[in-house]
Design a binder for this molecule. Structure first.
Ligand code: PMP
Length: 408
């Protein structure tokens, strides 16, 4: 286990909010001081644009920006030119859907996804399928709510040209058996797009080992800043894509007749990029690597086991993912709207997410209006969980009093 006093000292959030229990890392992680300092250093010391200025500071900024790209590439075992900076996972997945569907897909083609998806992976393809008369189909979830290889095999077929799936569910915390799915999808010549927004905060990602075609994640869930994301694509595939956006920096030559775009990855980064955020993301990678994924997950596993042990027998709770693979608990207090419950938790100093978590197909699948979600990370400790459990009991008591007993 980490020494959480030591870990919390690295996060200024805890100085400002010493009594809060933050259990919403699935939405966004807290940011260590080293990341904030690194971004501040850019703005304070050399805050000029990249790829443009032919003066010393311009080179310094460009060098820091491209060093961050190198770090990202190494972090996910990609090649340098396979790393495209975007503003988020959402941005990456939308751009990719626009770019890949152009020229590669045709009326009647099928896109295969799942009901476990975040809206940002499913909606771009839903819109494109509607406009282009393509079929969007779903891998049936198993009884626990997981994507399985068996169920994938049942629906995979030669019409499927794109498979788009979450690597780790943001509602259930289940890990998708993505490597096996990719292997099968490739035997049908389909490309696989992996939404790694949650995965990147918990799992070592190796794009070569996974053999995924595209993968996207955001900086802010992995101790980095908001406003930066990554689109990874295999070189051979990226080279065949036309950019979604045109503008400054992404072109080699412009005449009245046309534009010659730069090589990958620069052709996909039109305009002045989010320089401080990219540099901050590089520092977030250093932070994760200093801790190590193994230690992170070992810490979280112990907390998660403790959490489950404390809540599994509370009869007023409906728990949806007792067997989550990462530290996420999705649940409801029976008969209580999750937003009402979350307000009580808030009064008791507990930050929880409530609602559909931008994954409405999951809540539909569960037949509920939404869930409460507690998600853990390295700065959480047993005391946080004890306070969460106490708050749960208080909330149950309050609603029992208010309603003369909770409706089941
Ligand atoms: N996919 C998953 C699984 C997520 O959890 C999230 C963020 N909640 C996203 C995609 C979208 O990430 P962002 O909002 O950073 O674009």
């Amino acid at each position: 286990m980490f020494d959480t006093t030591d870990i919390r000292n690295k996060f200024p959030f805890y100085k400002s909010n010493p009594n809060l229990v933050y259990l919403d890392s699935g939405a966004t992680s807290l940011k260590p001081k080293t990341v904030l300092d690194k971004m501040n250093e850019y703005y304070s010391n050399y805050g000029v644009s990249v790829h443009r200025g032919v003066y010393q500071l311009g080179y310094v900024a460009t060098n820091e920006y491209e060093t961050a790209r190198e770090k990202v590439a190494k972090f996910i075992n990609a090649d340098f030119e396979e790393v495209v900076f975007t503003s988020s996972t959402t941005d990456a997945l939308n751009k990719l859907a626009l770019m890949y569907s152009e020229g590669n897909l045709h009326s009647g083609d099928e896109i295969l996804t799942s009901e476990l998806e975040h809206h940002s992976s499913i909606l771009p393809w839903m819109q494109i399928s509607i406009k282009r008369n393509m079929k969007l189909s779903y891998i049936p979830l198993n009884s626990e709510g997981r994507i399985t290889v068996e169920n994938f095999k049942k629906v995979m077929n030669p019409n499927v040209k794109v498979v788009v799936l979450t690597y780790v569910s943001n509602v259930f915390g289940y890990i998708t058996p993505i490597k096996e799915i990719i292997e099968i999808a490739h035997s049908y010549n389909a490309v696989v797009i992996v939404d790694a927004a949650q995965a990147v905060a918990h799992l070592k990602i190796d794009v070569k080992e996974l053999d995924c075609d595209f993968l996207a994640f955001s900086g802010h869930k992995m101790f980095g800043p908001t406003g930066v994301g990554v689109l990874y694509g295999k070189k051979s595939l990226l080279k065949k894509l036309d950019p979604a956006f045109y503008g400054g920096d992404m072109n080699e030559m412009v005449t009245k007749e046309g534009v010659e775009v730069k090589d990958i990855p620069y052709r996909f980064e039109a305009g002045t990029p989010m320089i401080a955020e990219v540099i901050g993301l590089g520092r977030a990678i250093d932070f994760i690597e200093e801790l190590g994924y193994e230690r992170i997950e070992s810490h979280l596993k112990k907390l998660h086991t403790y959490l489950i042990d404390k809540v599994k027998d509370i009869k007023e709770l409906e728990i949806y993912n007792l067997n989550a693979d990462i530290g996420i608990l999705s649940f409801n207090i029976k008969g209580v709207h999750p937003h009402d419950a979350a307000t009580c938790y808030d009064d008791l100093g507990i930050c929880l997410r409530a609602g559909h978590h931008c994954a409405q197909l999951v809540t539909r699948w569960l037949h509920c209006v939404g869930t409460l979600r507690a998600s853990l990370h390295i700065y959480n400790d047993f005391n946080d969980i004890d306070r969460f459990v106490e708050a749960t009991k208080e909330t149950i008591k309050l609603f029992t009093r208010l309603e003369g007993g909770i409706n089941e």
